[in-house]
Design a protein around this ligand. Structure first.
Ligand code: DLL
Length: 433
């Protein structure tokens, strides 16, 4: 099923014509309304009228998360507060959040794109949609909420947490659709099993799982335990939230990007050169229709590839492969973005702790765990066991306060963390193994 067959099945040539007109309009708009972009474009000597073809996109500078941080909180908005009706923030946990704003038209576009997303998974009016993404500053809950309503489906706005209660609602209210992170889906399966629930007996038919990396192996497991079709949904707050792309139910082969609103490119993160279709690199997105917070060539840091081959569902939009990783070192632990440098800064504030540490990420059952191994000085290490335990717990609490994730801290003897002559290997991620 296709929600907006006019835009989702446009012949490529017509689609590219639309993209070009929208690109020209957005460059014009940010040049006149966002001082940051005016400066950036002036620096490279590009004027809006220089954008004559889609290939001219390459003339434009990239935008990074750091640029958004430098203009905290609202310096990059292209609309005055009188026109902004919603604020969200990215799930990043570095001290300050990354705020994003929406005009009413942006919210309408977003709802429309989620309606398309749900339709690509066969959802329709009359269906009941269980939304277990967090409601709040995170874009997941409210993003899906308005899109499901736009489609005319009935929403259960349950948000995160209270797993047993959620399972009761799934049994009693009979949702056909579930939206949550893939790790939470598996957790539901586990808890359901403990409660003696047979998911075959529920009405669940399809799930939209995203906001964190997952794998084909996880898809197989979710599908066989929850008895539904598991679809991958991608998005990020800076661009709009969920609803940048989704797999279709027919093919489950790559995520269709809503290219009439978001212009994708793949670059080599080292050279910043554009890569041809099929090659793997960092996804860069230009928003084509956003009013409040348009972004030119935003570096998502997500690593993937694009294909423009037609899909059997009939959509002509580019398809993106499952996100393969991140071009920076950000870890996503149970949905929370964690940079090793943040852990480092907590560790470095603790007397007696050495700057040698390693982060070990594993998956226990279906939940991510993060162990922080850090060396302490001789004096601390020769202290009695109880002292070491208290210190480890203190560090665990500090990390929890700062990053909102629970970690396990293991204090180790001096010189036991492997040294490296090049870059230190700070992160050992065993989740994919
Ligand atoms: O996670 C928006 C979202 C909500 C997407 C619900 C899907 C469903 P942020 O908190 O800004 O926004 O995090 C964005 O999460 O750059 C990716 O690294 C990662 N991510 C999102 N979807 C996927 C996915 C939301 N399907 C960051 N696969 C992105 C892998 C994903 N990683």
């Amino acid at each position: 099923m296709i929600f907006d067959s006019e835009h989702e099945t446009l012949p490529r040539e017509a689609l590219e014509g639309l993209q070009l007109r929208r690109l020209q309009a957005v460059v014009e708009r940010v040049y006149h309304l966002v001082p940051f972009y005016r400066r950036r474009l002036d620096e490279v000597g590009v004027k809006p009228e220089h954008i004559r073809t889609l290939a001219d996109l390459e003339l434009l500078p990239f935008t990074t998360k750091q640029d958004i941080r430098d203009n905290y909180p609202f310096g990059m908005f292209a609309a005055p507060m009188e026109q902004i009706v919603r604020l969200h923030a990215s799930s990043g946990t570095t001290g300050k959040p990354t705020p994003v704003g929406y005009t009413q038209r942006d919210l309408d576009t977003w709802a429309e794109l989620i309606a398309r997303t749900l339709t690509a998974g066969g959802v329709h009016r009359g269906d009941i949609v269980h939304i277990a993404y967090g409601y709040g500053l995170f874009t997941g809950g409210l993003g899906f909420h308005y899109g499901a309503e736009r489609l005319g489906a009935a929403v259960i706005p349950v948000s995160g947490g209270q797993t047993r209660r959620q399972i009761m609602l799934i049994q009693d209210f009979g949702p056909n659709v579930i939206c949550c992170t893939p790790s939470f889906a598996l957790y539901l399966a586990e808890v359901g099993q403990e409660m003696g629930v047979d998911f075959k007996e529920t009405k669940l038919r399809v799930g939209f799982f995203g906001a964190e990396p997952w794998s084909e192996a996880m898809r197989t497991e979710i599908e066989s335990r929850l008895y539904l079709d598991a679809l991958d949904i991608y998005g990020l707050s800076e661009i709009i939230g969920p609803g940048v792309g989704v797999e279709c139910l027919e093919a489950k082969s790559g995520l269709h990007l809503w290219e009439d609103h978001f212009l994708p490119e793949i670059i080599d993160p080292a050279t910043l050169e554009r890569l041809p279709a099929g090659e793997t690199g960092e996804l860069v997105i230009t928003t084509l229709t956003k009013e409040a917070f348009p972004l030119l060539r935003y570096r998502t840091r997500d690593v993937t590839s694009l294909t423009y081959n037609p899909c059997k569902c009939g959509r002509t939009l580019a398809r993106m492969s499952r996100i393969q990783g991140r071009s920076d070192d950000m870890l996503i632990i149970r949905g929370v973005n964690v940079f090793p440098s943040q852990i480092e800064s907590v560790l470095m504030d603790v007397p007696g702790v050495a700057p040698h540490y390693q982060l070990i990420v594993e998956r226990e059952g279906h939940l991510d765990t993060l162990e922080v191994r850090v060396e302490v000085d001789e004096a601390v290490f020769s202290d009695e066991v109880k002292g070491l335990q208290t210190l480890a717990q203190r560090i665990e609490r500090r990390i929890k306060d700062y990053l909102t994730v629970s970690v396990k801290v293991k204090l180790v003897e001096p010189r036991t963390i492997p040294r490296s002559e090049g870059k230190a290997q700070r992160v050992i991620d065993r989740r994919g193994q």
